[in-house]
Design a protein. Structure first.
Length: 135
């Protein structure tokens, strides 16, 4: 709770649920997140959010964006031609303290043809309260 001064000179007690002004991920909501492609250009992709079990710590949009970009980075490391990577869409599933990011992307194969690929990035809530990669 905090006390704020109103325009008429009186004070009012305001309940404050989110003191950091961070937006939290809501189940069933779609988000647009910028993900870097193989040429380091930001590509807006749609991310679908799914929450199966309520976690100990709520997931912020900023943290989800960071984990989606980390998943894209991990995918680029595995590709023969990382410069051809173009993210398309992702689905984030939060199961308690575990976060899975299923990402669909397009990249060129060794013959130069565009191929659709899928990868899953896995993260787990650590003792510091952050979602850390699980390998």
């Amino acid at each position: 709770e905090k006390i704020e001064l109103k325009s008429n000179g009186t004070w009012v007690k305001v309940k404050n649920q989110n003191t950091t002004n961070e937006e939290f991920v809501v189940a069933g909501k779609t988000l647009t997140i910028d993900v870097k492609d193989g040429n380091e250009k930001a590509v807006p992709i749609t991310v679908y959010a799914k929450i199966e079990n309520e976690p100990e710590k709520k997931l912020t949009v900023k943290e989800l964006s960071s984990r989606v970009n980390l998943t894209a980075f991990q995918i680029k490391l595995r590709l023969k031609n990382k410069y051809s990577f173009v993210p398309k869409t992702a689905m984030a599933t939060l199961k308690g303290n575990k976060l899975e990011i299923f990402m669909e992307y397009v990249a060129k194969n060794s013959y130069g043809a565009d191929v659709v690929g899928h990868e899953i990035g896995r993260f787990e809530l650590n003792e510091e309260g952050r979602f850390a990669p699980v390998y």
